[in-house]
Design a protein around this ligand. Structure first.
Ligand SMILES: [Zn+2]
Length: 254
């Protein structure tokens, strides 16, 4: 086997065999979901039931950074990534108390170009306030991993070169300054991704990036995620997890 010959020649241990692509759940807003045209909101009661379901199955939600670090050590088979996109203020009031109660970590992908603003990029539906710089710092102080969702929520596959670089690299620099820690994770707005966007994210120094359904681009800089919404009861979550394990082939490096 080539891998073992390499390891003899280099004196290094062979890399652990890749497991199935890790399961990463995608949330956005946690609050009242009576007016929710994009189906991005779960109520705190639903989130609590979903976290309880994970616990019953012996699984635990963690940040994507923690998930990938565990897998790099050959561990983490019982960990699930929990991600919250856009950085809504209801993360602090709706999600964080439940994450704490269930002993879970999470990654929050924020938009440093829209701090204290709202979801102005959505043409329809209610305006939802976004965390201020102080709110992002409060989440970070509670142990939440802060990642970048770009500066302003632009579809990177349609962005020109200058915009692409600004959205990816400048957002990382601004968040590092805001939180005082390096920023390892990126999340593609709308989940749209192509090879050029992946390359820009990799070049900007991110260790990983989350997409939704990146197909052949799947890898550390294009991780698939499962949308988890208000309709996801225990039974539907069970199906989603089963389907994920069937459909996602092992990929090197994740
Ligand atoms: Zn988003």
């Amino acid at each position: 086997m080539a891998a073992s010959v390499d390891s003899v020649e280099t004196g290094r241990l062979p890399a652990p065999r890749p497991g199935p692509v890790p399961w990463v759940a995608m949330y956005h807003s946690v609050g009242d979901c009576s007016d929710d045209p994009y189906r991005i909101t779960v109520t705190p009661e639903r989130l609590a039931r979903q976290l309880a379901w994970l616990r019953r199955r012996g699984l635990r939600g963690v940040s994507v950074a923690e998930l990938l670090a565990a897998r790099a050590r050959g561990e983490g088979r019982r960990l699930v990534g929990l991600t919250f996109d856009d950085g809504y203020t209801d993360f602090l009031t709706g999600a964080l108390p439940l994450l704490r109660r269930f002993g879970c970590g999470a990654t929050l992908f924020v938009l440093p170009g829209r701090l204290g603003g709202d979801n102005a990029w959505d043409p329809l539906g209610p305006r939802k306030p976004l965390l201020t710089a102080d709110g992002v710092r409060r989440a970070a102080a509670e142990g939440v991993e802060i990642g970048s969702h770009g500066l302003t929520h632009v579809d990177l596959t349609r962005a020109d070169d200058a915009t692409l670089t600004a959205e990816v690299a400048e957002s990382r620099a601004r968040l590092a300054e805001l939180t005082g820690s390096p920023v390892d994770g990126f999340c593609y707005p709308y989940g749209t991704v192509d090879a050029r966007a992946v390359e820009a994210v990799r070049k900007a120094g991110y260790g990983y990036a989350c997409a939704i359904d990146p197909g052949p681009l799947t890898g550390p800089h294009a991780l698939p995620r499962a949308h988890v919404g208000q309709n996801d009861t225990a039974w539907r979550l069970h199906l989603k997890l089963r389907l994920h394990r069937l459909r996602r082939r092992p990929v090197e490096g994740v």
